[in-house]
Design a binder for this molecule. Structure first.
Ligand code: TRP
Length: 462
């Protein structure tokens, strides 16, 4: 059967932007920025996007466009030795990542509905009496606990997965491309409205100050945590390390300038993350919430509290959580597409069936994360700290050192005159990108080990 293609260049770009923009920009980015010292972190992060993110995204693009295959097939075609199996790492990562990503996405649907039905102050108010009896636990935190796990969390996880399965099942043009052409402009438009609103809040200037004026002393003193955090965030936000961009590039029909497309995609992803920060920090400072308080629930708890407090918070909050839900949806689609393209190409399964089958299994795995947050951490840390970095590392090492000729050749297609840029690019991958990845992997594994031997084994003992 003829392989499906994106109908338009814009369709491809928007799909890649849709994949990139998600919980990583809206939930992870502000939270990590808050934790790592605000503006100083922002600066390092932007630098990493350029020197690490750009070379790495191009790598996935050339592999996808050249081979016209899903990641498993693509690597089998290019490699002979053990590198043949990198694609399987991607598919496994896809299963794991989507299982808990969908649970978090379910929370965003839930928080959107709260805005529509009760409003945040009423919803939190119901827990006020319980919280009064406890030390150090706010009513907003109790609300979050109630939403995050249990039957309701499972139901919203199911609803979210059903939508993802349906869109991916429809295919590239009728499903993914159409969906992102609606969703990405909506995300941009709604975020712009939120920025204007946040500007009017009392805490706006304090928020901007924290977010935008860097304290270089922080970089000097905390670089051991800032650097890996910035690298990890750069990979996560650009959807790198599990073959999403290989898969999306395999549906490109003609040769056009991949460097230009990448610049557009990275630019839009960064812009959206940046302006989300312009919303979140004013909101948090206005409500007197400290940015970057720990835990997966931080953003949900902090923002619900803030939306309950600031004037117009109910509307602002409803719209905000709705944007997060759409962003999560267009990212989740890209993750499932990796698994589905593998099943369709390599195993010959019909598309809608592949989507329902893979999505169904992912849903089942996700029930664990919806059952207990420790399990969500168990998967998130594994993906974030280990699997994504491992996937990116294997690909960079393989293409950078073994297949650089093909990569430079493919990069040059659709470009008038590549000059020495191809060589520069490969050397960026061979040394700086690989160093960052190796360091991140080591730190990630240590981190995960600590989690397994402490929090996780403590939990198992119960
Ligand atoms: N980039 C998405 C976000 O920011 C998440 C995501 C989608 C992702 N696909 C991915 C992350 C693949 C890593 C790998 O939310």
């Amino acid at each position: 059967m003829e392989r499906e293609r994106w109908a338009t260049r814009l369709g491809f770009i928007l799909a890649a932007v849709g994949s990139a923009v998600g919980l990583g920009n809206i939930w992870r980015f502000p939270y990590i920025t808050g934790q790592e010292g605000g503006a100083a972190f922002l600066l390092v992060y932007l630098l990493f996007i350029l020197i690490i993110g750009l070379p790495a995204i191009l790598l996935e693009f050339v592999v996808g466009r050249r081979t016209d295959r899903n990641p498993v097939g693509a690597l089998k075609q290019l490699a002979t030795g053990p590198f043949r199996y990198i694609g399987y790492v991607f598919v496994v990562t896809g299963f794991v990542i989507l299982s808990y990503y969908s649970v978090v996405a379910g929370w965003t649907i839930r928080y959107t509905l709260i805005g529509i039905t009760d409003g945040y102050s009423n919803a939190i108010g119901e827990y006020e009496a319980d919280a009064a009896g406890l030390e150090d636990v706010s009513a907003a935190a109790l609300l979050f606990d109630n939403i995050a796990t249990g039957t309701e969390a499972m139901i919203f996880h199911a609803i979210f997965m059903a939508i993802v399965i349906f869109i991916v099942g429809l295919g590239i043009r009728r499903g993914i491309e159409l969906a992102v052409k609606l969703m990405v402009p909506a995300i941009i438009a709604i975020t712009a409205v939120l920025v204007a609103y946040a500007y009017t809040l009392d805490g706006a200037s304090e928020g901007y100050e924290f977010y935008l004026s860097p304290d270089f002393g922080v970089i000097a003193s905390d670089w051991t945590s800032i650097l890996p955090a910035a690298a990890g965030q750069a990979f996560f936000t650009l959807s790198l390390g599990m073959g999403v961009m290989i898969t999306y590039a395999s549906y490109i029909g003609e040769d056009r300038n991949l460097a230009k497309d990448s610049a557009a995609i990275i630019g839009l992803d960064t812009l959206i993350a940046f302006i989300i920060g312009l919303v979140i920090f004013p909101v948090l400072f206005t409500a007197g919430v400290t940015p970057g308080e720990g835990g997966v629930g931080a953003l949900f708890i902090g923002l619900a509290e803030a939306f309950a407090d600031v004037s117009g918070g109910r509307i602002l909050g409803t719209i905000f959580f709705f944007v997060v839900a759409i962003g999560a949806l267009s990212s989740a689609i890209s993750i499932l597409e990796v698994v589905v393209s593998y099943a369709v190409d390599e195993l010959g399964v019909e598309r809608m069936r592949a989507s329902a089958g893979a999505g169904g299994l992912i849903f089942l795995l996700g029930l664990l994360s919806a059952y207990d947050l420790v399990l969500l951490d168990f998967f998130d840390l594994l993906v974030d700290g280990v699997l994504l970095v491992l996937g990116a590392l294997l690909l960079a090492a393989f293409i950078g050192w073994q297949q650089s000729d093909f990569a430079i050749d493919e990069l040059g297609k659709g470009v008038k005159d590549l000059g020495d840029w191809g060589t520069t690019w490969i050397w960026m991958i061979r040394i700086p990108v690989l160093i960052v990845l190796v360091v991140s992997l080591v730190l990630g594994i240590l981190d995960y080990w600590e989690f397994l031997t402490e929090d996780f084994s403590a939990w198992l003992d119960i």
